[in-house]
Design a protein around this ligand. Structure first.
Ligand code: NA7
Length: 533
């Protein structure tokens, strides 16, 4: 039976749950269609050992309900996946959201009917629904990606992707394990499972600049303080470049004496989290001198922590300077490579030639495994939307619309797709954003827009192609002058995405405060750049 609704939300992760809450607040009928068998999105799928926040827990939580803030306490400064999943269930139960969430309902088609001006969706489990508004809460790192090595399907042992981790516990005892990848996910897995495995071999293509996470329990007195300061913390996050509590030092590193700079790096290194990345000197994203100096500071730490000098050199990034990719947060990651049962294969020296029935072949050598873990990342930002057959006005598919790279206005709308909104799609400031802070910002703006339409008798809103082109260009411009621009092998530039997307900057790098300002300005001008009818 087809359901007639005011709004359809695709995805029941952090943004989907909040969208449903806000849609109901406006008095709209809405349902969420979720591919997983549980809610949580990222925190449902990525249940691998060691999965945890890289944002401080108390900055990642929702800010919209004081009651919720009163009743939830995070046990650690960087909570682990099970606690985060419990939190999202708590939110869904508290606000009675689950009755409007269909699980196991992967949306396969989303078509716009020009006659009725309604969107119609179909799910793989045979559900259909129609609605005026459609909110794509599909996440930015959702479309997981296996590498295209020959033989990936041939391996007879257990193959696991970090973003499709099974609910049952995996016993690594006595197992020979190979892991491909060395990004933030791989780092979390490696440091967690190494003590359990019989043998762990890491296949690294690009080393990363990891910084200590310094996770710790939150004691009772600090819980009280954090609750009292919750709104101040959220306000701070609105004002910092990346929506985190870490704010850049206003001074340029190049103007500060070297000894003082080095002392500052040590201070930030000791704080942990993204302090060294996001709390550094104003020019740390633009000055090669400063970035290289931080890189050298970290390289020294790696040399001190890894016993074998040759291994240490492999773990020190050579292809990019500090800060040009998201830094994995680590705990004992480098010491893990001092273990007798851990080895590293540098794929820059010899690439993987194929996956075999019993292992991974590098050059002529076959490494035999019981388990292969793929921590190989995602088709970032565009991937999940591209996997759905989305067709707007004139039957134009989103794939066709984006054949020359994604185009959006403000990261939230695409021309030819009226009343469709993306929450964490391309051209958001998501790289430099604490996700929930940006989710709340974007959902609030979208719902503000829908309220404006209700109040002014509009039925449809769609970005003009001109405004879409301008915003897309502004996103490309936003990265110019940043060192990030030179590091195209990352998900910021869709390194795992299809050819038409790869190499294009997929985010807005102008910072969260500017993004918020632009949003407010567009709304204040009656949604300038959008056509209301
Ligand atoms: P990332 O950061 O995209 O990392 C993916 C890793 O997988 C990275 O080390 C890649 O190496 C590696 N990779 C991808 N394809 C291959 C192939 N074909 N062969 C060898 N290695 C490969 O994803 P994560 O899941 O770690 O982290 C995503 C975000 O989640 C992160 O930014 C945090 O915000 C949390 P490469 O660097 O491309 O050489």
């Amino acid at each position: 039976m087809s359901q007639n609704l005011d709004a359809i939300v695709i995805g029941a992760g952090v943004s989907g749950l909040y969208s449903l809450y806000k849609l109901r607040e406006l008095g709209l009928s809405a349902r969420v269609f979720e591919a997983g068998t549980g809610i949580g999105g990222t925190w449902y799928w990525n249940r691998y050992p060691g999965a945890r926040f890289d944002s401080e827990s108390y900055t990642y939580q929702y800010s919209f309900s004081d009651e919720l803030l009163d009743e939830w306490q995070w046990s650690e400064t960087f909570a682990a996946q099970p606690e985060i999943e419990r939190y999202l269930h708590h939110v869904a139960d508290k606000f009675d959201l689950k009755r409007d969430i269909e699980l196991n309902a992967r949306v396969s088609t989303v078509y716009y009917d020009e006659a009725t001006k309604l969107w119609e969706i179909k799910t793989l489990n045979g559900e259909t629904a129609r609605a005026r508004f459609i909110l794509c809460a599909t996440g930015l790192l959702s479309a997981h990606q296996f590498p295209d090595y020959e033989g990936v399907d041939l391996f007879a042992g257990m193959s696991l992707h970090s973003a499709r981790w099974p609910k049952e516990e995996i016993d690594f005892k006595g197992k020979r394990v190979g892991i491909i990848g060395s990004g933030p996910t791989a780092v979390q897995i490696i440091q967690s499972i190494a003590p359990d495995c019989e043998q762990l071999t890491v296949f690294q293509r690009t080393a990363n600049w990891c910084t200590p996470l310094r996770n710790r329990p939150i004691e009772a007195a600090e819980q009280v303080e954090l609750r009292e300061q919750a709104h101040d913390i959220f306000e701070t996050c609105k004002k910092t470049f990346a929506g985190f509590i870490h704010d850049t030092d206003e001074r340029n590193g190049e103007d500060v004496p070297k000894a003082e700079r080095l002392a500052r790096y040590q201070e930030l290194y000791d704080i942990g989290g993204f302090a060294l990345w996001l709390g550094n000197y104003n020019d740390s994203f633009t000055s090669r001198v400063v970035a290289d100096e931080i890189a050298e500071f970290l390289a020294d730490k790696i040399r001190q922590r890894v016993d074998d000098p040759a291994m240490a050199e492999k773990l020190i990034p050579k292809s990019h300077t500090f800060g040009t990719k998201r830094c994995p947060g680590e705990k004992n990651f480098y010491e893990t490579f001092n273990r007798d049962n851990v080895d590293l294969v540098d794929l820059r020296e010899t690439p993987i030639s194929r996956v075999t029935e019993n292992g991974i072949q590098v050059g002529d050598e076959n490494h035999e495994f019981d388990i292969i873990i793929y921590a190989t990342g995602f088709q970032s930002l565009t991937g999940e939307l591209m996997r759905i057959d989305i067709r707007g006005e004139g039957g134009l598919s989103l794939q066709e619309h984006w054949s020359d790279g994604p185009k959006t206005n403000l990261g939230v709308q695409f021309s030819g797709f009226p009343n469709m909104f993306a929450i964490m799609g391309p051209h958001n400031p998501a790289t430099f954003c604490n996700i929930t802070r940006c989710v709340e910002n974007n959902v609030d703006w979208i719902l503000g827009c829908i309220r404006y339409m209700q109040e002014n008798g509009y039925e449809s809103i769609v970005t003009t192609p001109e405004a879409e082109d301008a915003w897309t260009e502004r996103c490309y411009e936003s990265v110019k002058g940043l060192l990030i621009e030179d590091m195209r092998d990352s998900w910021f530039f869709g390194s795992n995405n299809s050819e038409n997307v790869r190499g294009r900057f997929l985010l807005f790098a102008g910072g969260v405060p500017l993004y918020r300002e632009i949003f407010a300005d567009v709304a204040a001008k009656g949604y300038e750049g959008f056509k209301l009818s």
